[in-house]
Design a protein around this ligand. Structure first.
Ligand code: ATP
Ligand code: LTN
Length: 327
């Protein structure tokens, strides 16, 4: 049994890429492993958030986790800000990480470019807080999408360095990225990943999109002029749609290719929209039911956070001793 850990930011609506790349593998891991899964609200505020919206997004993310099958009786489900040891360890790791290591982070470079002058120090430091999230819990495996690989590698480097300088303290984690689905691409631009901060809502399928909206988004998804339904990496648009279809309809690429011999993209997209509807509508009903019981969601997060605090504090006591501040 390994220790798995993952987290998602409560910033805006979660999309199909989040589900396929991070939520589904986490749900899957619950079967045979120990899982920790949390809402990283202190990561979300690395770009400005409106307090009312942030609060609602924390509840939405929790409802989505539960509706997708995260079982709070098996999994430690909690809220990052309720466990102050995360920010404490982040500070200590800040005093071991080099500026140049953070300057190399591609997510930072991309987001900083998009924000121009208005780049907050927290955005730069974001990967260090993520390393703290991971290292506090002796994590073996971090299931994430491809875009987070570099951050998990930084967590590995910081663990190895700390262990070398202060004695064996942290487990060195490894990223686990799905070979198929680790990077779902934008529907409007299959050269960029599907992202909740994309310029256009046509980029992504939100887990909460209604039937009509998702049908329109799929029908207008970018493909090519070849007209042959296939998983072919030289044709990223159709390959992305075939990938999504194969995951939500649980069909192999070969089967999908066979099913659409002699048919066009129109037929394929219609069926994909239908498969997505069949997949998302029951999920949405569950999400809505959870959201109707806000008190219950808060209770679950609070109970998980108490347990997380106890576990994190045990690790921090060792860490404080190792660095010499515990008298
Ligand atoms: P943003 O693009 O605004 O930074 P995001 O959509 O990438 O946000 P995150 O909260 O950063 O969402 O990601 C949550 C999890 O979902 C991470 O593990 C991330 O790697 C994964 N993920 C995000 N986008 C995709 C994608 N397009 N395909 C597969 N996994 C993804
Ligand atoms: N940076 C991640 C969210 C995140 C995370 C973590 C993922 C914060 N802490 C720890 C895995 C493990 C993202 O998806 N943007």
């Amino acid at each position: 049994m390994s220790k798995f850990l993952t987290a998602i930011q409560p910033s805006g609506l979660l999309h199909l890429g989040n589900y396929i790349g991070a939520i589904e593998p986490a749900v899957e891991s619950q079967q045979e492993n120990e899982l920790r899964m949390f809402v990283v609200d202190y990561h979300a505020i690395t770009v400005p958030q409106k307090p009312d919206e942030l609060r609602q997004n924390i509840l939405n993310a929790t409802a989505i986790y539960l509706a997708c099958g995260i079982d709070p009786n098996k999994t430690l489900l909690f809220q990052q800000s309720q466990v102050p040891q995360h920010t404490e360890l982040a500070w200590l790791l800040n005093c071991t990480v080099r500026m140049s290591e953070l300057e190399r982070m591609t997510q930072y470079k991309d987001k900083a470019k998009a924000r121009g002058e208005n780049v907050l120090v927290g955005l730069f430091d974001y990967p260090v807080l993520m390393a703290a999230d991971i290292l506090l819990y002796d994590t073996d495996v971090v299931p994430v999408g491809e875009d987070q690989k570099q951050h998990v590698e930084l967590a590995r480097d910081l663990a190895i360095r700390f262990n070398r300088d202060f004695g064996e303290t942290f487990v060195v984690p490894e990223p686990r990225i799905k070979k198929v689905g680790g990077r779902i691409m934008g529907l409007d631009d299959p050269m960029k990943k599907m992202s909740k901060s994309a310029g256009s809502a046509k980029n992504y399928i939100s887990l909460l999109d209604d039937e009509e909206t998702l049908r329109k988004k799929i029908m207008s998804a970018s493909t090519d002029s070849e007209g042959k339904v296939a998983f072919d990496e030289s044709r990223p648009g159709i390959t992305n749609l075939v990938t999504i279809f194969s995951i939500v309809a649980k069909k192999s690429f070969e089967q999908i290719e066979l099913d659409y011999v002699g048919k066009g993209y129109g037929d394929f997209k219609k069926d994909l929209a239908e498969a997505l509807t069949l997949f998302l509508m029951p999920l949405q009903t569950k999400i809505k039911t959870y959201l109707e019981h806000e008190d219950e969601l808060i209770k679950i997060l609070n109970a998980g956070s108490i347990r997380a605090r106890e576990e994190a504090e045990r690790k921090m006591e060792i860490v404080r001793k190792r660095i010499g501040v515990k008298l």
